[in-house]
Design a protein around this ligand. Structure first.
Ligand code: B12
Ligand code: SF4
Length: 331
């Protein structure tokens, strides 16, 4: 089975790099099929080059990962690829698909809304039953979150439950990523509900954490890839003190504490002096908050919370200063 992943970006976008999503998806497939899966992943904003790669690699499945700004490109690629070879199955996923289910065009055979690992694996099992080790008989209507064409009608299956134990997803296959990628995810989702944010829609306000052991392995892998500065990409890193203590302990035991520095995202309601102490010990140098506005009424409205206040934001910044952590704030 040959899978070609494309990170769809607009021609004017220069901030792109292969999304970690792709490495999670392929990492999850490891060992689940009878034969080796050939994977190629490209992040290029030139349609001509992409078409050239499609002709050379000859994928069975073309996998498009797309945000909303990249979706026009995804549609162009899908249309052109179907013109070259109708037999190539085109599957799309990513934030845009999760947020705008019905935007699928007929050239995209399947799309997956929401968490992709389980649904993508089940889709491949459905498409290639002879190649999977799975004994289940899966049909398209049973795959949670699958969007597909039934004759000319678009079917949108409801999204299923999130994978409960996040460690089950396995470690992302970082060989597919740009070597400069220094992002570590220690959780998925955020329990809050800010009115401007896509996280509550994408992750439905469920918050799941990886274990301290899993996080430590990720940090260690990146450290061995020469990343002494790492970025926790979590929506909300300032959340669980006990797990932080365990991560620090593991770093100490393995002589890594102080050798890696970090940046992370926080929210002032889940941040206090004790949390700051732990973050400092872990060597978090910078914490980015969503301070948003200097007016309490508007702040409570946009953060959708009665517990937030400008004063709390100020206190969070002061606590950071006290502990020598750089506090930055989105306004
Ligand atoms: C880290 C991050 C970045 C980083 C790193 C991106 C990277 N290359 O890894 C940087 C800063 C570079 C970045 C850039 C951009 N980002 Co960004 N980013 C994120 C962030 C915080 C996490 C993404 C992530 O890795 N999540 C973890 C993975 C596991 O989840 P996931 O990406 O949703 O993937 C799952 C599913 O979507 C699905 N899936 C994904 N792709 C595919 C493909 C197939 C075939 C299948 C079947 C399934 C599937 O399965 C995955 C595993 O479960 C999200 C917000 C968030 N919390 O999700 C925003 C987010 C994805 N980014 C967003 C945007 C807009 C962008 C930019 C376009 C902004 C810009 N123009 O500058 C660029 C484009 C990047 C690109 N395409 O290369 C938006 C997208 C909103 C939308 N409507 O589409 C988000 C949601 C933030 C927001 N504003 O709400 N981003
Ligand atoms: S705290 Fe951050 S991630 Fe959570 S809903 Fe608000 S803006 Fe989104």
């Amino acid at each position: 089975m040959r899978l070609l992943f494309i990170n769809c970006v607009s021609e004017s976008d220069f901030t792109y790099s292969m999304p970690l999503a792709v490495s999670y998806l392929t990492g999850y497939l490891k060992g689940k099929f009878k034969e080796k899966i050939s994977v190629k992943a490209v992040s290029i904003s030139s349609t001509n080059k992409i078409i050239h790669i499609v002709k050379l690699f000859k994928p069975d499945v073309l996998c498009l990962s797309t945000t909303t700004p990249g979706y026009d490109m995804a549609k162009i690629i899908a249309r052109q690829v179907k013109k070259i070879d109708k037999r190539i199955t085109i599957v799309a996923g990513g934030a845009h698909i999760t947020l705008f289910n019905s935007s699928i065009i007929p050239e995209i055979d399947y799309a997956i809304s929401g968490e992709g690992e389980k649904a993508f694996y089940e889709l491949l099992t459905y498409l290639y039953p002879e190649k999977t080790k799975d004994t289940r008989i899966i049909s398209a209507k049973d795959i949670a979150g699958l969007i597909y064409w039934d004759k000319k009608e678009l079917r949108i299956n409801p999204r299923g439950e999130f994978i409960k134990n996040l460690d089950e997803i396995g470690h992302p296959d970082r060989r597919l990523l740009n070597p400069t990628n220094n992002i570590v995810f220690t959780s998925r989702g955020c329990p809050f509900n800010c009115i401007y944010c896509s996280s509550p829609v994408i992750w439905k306000r469920t918050f799941r954490m990886h274990s301290a052991e899993y996080v430590f392995e990720e940090i260690k892998t990146l450290y061995h890839q020469k990343h002494s500065v790492q970025w926790f990409g979590d929506d909300l890193f300032t959340c669980n003190k006990n797990r932080l203590r365990k991560i620090i302990e593991l770093m100490k035991q393995n002589n890594l504490l102080g050798k890696v520095s970090f940046m992370a995202l926080g929210r002032s309601e889940t941040f206090d002096d004790e949390m700051a102490k732990l973050l400092k010990e872990l060597n978090v140098l910078e914490l980015a908050f969503g301070f948003e506005v200097g007016d309490d009424k508007v702040l409570k409205r946009v953060k959708n919370s009665q517990f937030i206040s400008v004063e709390k934001n100020k206190t969070a910044a002061e606590i950071c200063r006290k502990h020598g952590i750089l506090a930055t704030g989105g306004l």
